[in-house]
Write a protein that binds this ligand. Structure first.
Ligand code: FRU
Length: 557
């Protein structure tokens, strides 16, 4: 009996039927939940069409089939699929035959997929996908005590592709639970970045409290689509009249929608080439173009992506101003991706930047802080941001395999003034305090280091292998820098080893340094400086040397 059970749970798939040197059919003839597909990171990219009854294409995706060896498996949920039509395209003069790929022997059926962590670099208190590739945070909102985080996800590999909205939930922004993915590719394209709102007053007609998500349908062109949920964000139905917004511009994406109480209308901001376009709507379905912002302002060294727009208090003034987020890639201060922002006014129609066009302000001066956006409907009027902790220069190469990439710790946003300019305050969210465990003498791979500084300070994290990260606060020059040139594995990309430098607006009094296996986030406790960098030490940094400051290390488990 047991043997029979094991046989049906892990039955090997039968040998494929070869249609040509480049194409094979696999008949899904076992009653299992998943087919586990063997992947090799440097394998051959294959297109898989899942055919249902009468051979209709039910799903199409790409996967790096194992050619020589199996690096890991990805689960294909079989549902009503009957046949997999798998094809590869060999380069010219490549005489190989798909028949000889290693994947066929290892293809197997299973009723379960094991997501137990196998990665030494998987963060403990940062959000990561259970498996597969992740980039931007998407569709973030808070409802009924729960934070929802969707994300750009590839369920079929740990490199970018097959963009789907993965979904995780949390009650404290720290402990995340993986949920079933919510929005899958369709005939309009794959599902690129976007946002979600809670439609309390039923302006769209999907029901009071419906969650309405906006995303970019990315096919041959990019357009904006909508999906709604009436079960608290568990499942989404795509709107029948998609797309809701089109424009003949190649890069037209990442809609962020928010309720603007000042004008009592919805606003949408999204990226269009080198500008952000702003729209308005009364019902979330019909959108009126209002204005564009960006020409001549800030950094333009790359594509403008993933915007956000919000009204924030200016510390100690009783005033409020608007802040426009503009993620840019490449063109960041240290190469590749980064998050810039603009401060000004917004009247529901037009954003007016208060700084001179040539002024560029960055939200985080590290190299691994991108696609930053905030939660909709957050409690207590909070504006809580999450970033994707990576950089397009090497995101696909970082040394993890089961999953790729994590989000930053949550950060609360506000504004402060310094020498006639208004800047963004980036505070570690209050939920992080609850993580503090016992005080320890030396750093561990998951800890918070609190450093009180008076003047110039040098902080060095090191391990017995001679790998180290140095951080330097230069009080006179008003800079904080972090050097990861000798931090461990830096060889997977020439763009990885580097030193990042931040301006300090005033003086640094207390730094909170969050270490979580492969990330270091150095955050000013007063929110005036933020720096996020990845590191891949061969063993955890277990010594800390601080010159010029006083450190307390809290364990985080
Ligand atoms: C930013 C981005 C977005 C796009 C998504 C695709 O990292 O390029 O503009 O929607 O990634 O995955």
């Amino acid at each position: 009996m047991l043997a029979m059970l094991v046989a049906t749970l892990f039955a090997a798939a039968q040998t494929p039927e070869l249609l040509s040197r480049q194409r094979a059919l696999v008949r899904l003839d076992q009653p299992a939940t998943y087919l586990l597909i063997p992947v090799e990171e440097q394998g051959m990219n294959a297109t898989v069409n899942v055919l249902g009854a009468d051979n209709r294409v039910m799903q199409s995706f790409s996967v790096r089939l194992a050619v020589n060896k199996v690096d890991y498996y990805v689960p294909l949920e079989i549902k009503d699929g009957k046949v997999l039509d798998i094809s590869v395209r060999f380069p010219q003069n490549d005489e190989r035959n798909i028949r000889d790929f290693a994947c066929w022997e290892e293809l197997k059926y299973s009723n379960t997929f094991d997501t137990t962590n196998r990665e030494k670099f998987r963060p403990v208190y940062h959000h990561t996908p259970a498996y597969g590739w992740m980039n931007d945070p998407n569709g973030m909102y808070y409802k009924d005590g729960v934070y929802h985080l969707s994300y750009q996800w590839n369920p079929y590999g740990s490199m970018w592709g097959n963009m789907t909205w993965g979904h995780s939930t949390s009650r404290d922004l720290i402990h995340w639970e993986t949920q079933p993915a919510t929005i899958w590719a369709d005939g309009l394209g794959s599902i690129f970045s976007g946002s979600a709102v809670v439609d309390k007053d039923n302006t769209a007609g999907f029901g009071a409290g419906a969650v309405v998500a906006f995303y970019t349908s990315a096919g041959a062109s990019q357009m904006q689509s909508m999906a709604y949920s009436t079960d608290g964000g568990r499942t989404f139905t795509k709107y029948e009249h998609n797309p809701v917004l089109t424009l003949p511009v190649a890069d037209f994406r990442d809609p962020k929608v928010f309720w603007n109480e000042d004008v009592r209308r919805w606003n949408m901001i999204l990226a269009a080439g080198q500008e952000m376009r702003i729209y308005s709507s009364a019902n979330l379905k019909e959108w009126t173009y209002e204005s564009s912002f960006g020409e001549g302002y800030g950094a333009h060294g790359g594509v403008w992506e993933c915007p956000d727009l919000m009204k924030l208090p200016v510390r100690g003034t009783g005033q409020q101003k608007w802040m426009l987020v503009c993620n840019i890639n490449p063109g960041g201060p240290f190469g590749g991706s980064a998050t810039q922002y603009f401060i000004g006014q917004f009247d529901g129609h037009k954003f007016t930047c208060e700084s001179a066009p040539e002024v560029t302000k960055w939200m985080d001066y590290g190299k691994d802080h991108y696609a930053t956006v905030t939660f909709s409907n957050a409690p207590e009027g909070r504006h809580i941001a999450l970033a994707w902790m990576s950089n397009w220069q090497y995101a696909n190469q970082v040394p993890t395999m089961q999953f790729r990439s994590a989000n930053s710790v949550p950060r609360d946003l506000d504004l402060f003034e310094y020498q006639g300019q208004t800047y963004l305050g980036v505070m570690p969210s209050k939920e992080l305090l609850a993580l503090r465990g016992k005080v320890v003498k030396q750093p561990t791979q998951t800890c918070e280091i609190v450093v009180n500084l008076k003047n110039n300070t040098q902080i060095t994290l090191a391990n017995a292998k001679g790998e180290q990260v140095t951080m330097t606060y230069d009080a006179k020059a008003r800079t904080f820098s972090m050097n990861r040139e000798k931090s461990g594995d830096v060889g997977f990309s020439e763009a990885f080893p580097c030193e990042t430098v931040a301006p300090v607006y005033g003086s640094l009094k207390q730094l909170r340094i969050f270490i979580d296996r492969c990330s270091i986030e150095a955050l000013d406790a007063e929110g005036k400086m933020a720096m996020t960098n990845l590191v891949f030490p061969s063993e955890p940094y277990n010594t800390l040397t601080v010159k010029g400051g006083k450190a307390t290390i809290y364990e985080i488990n």
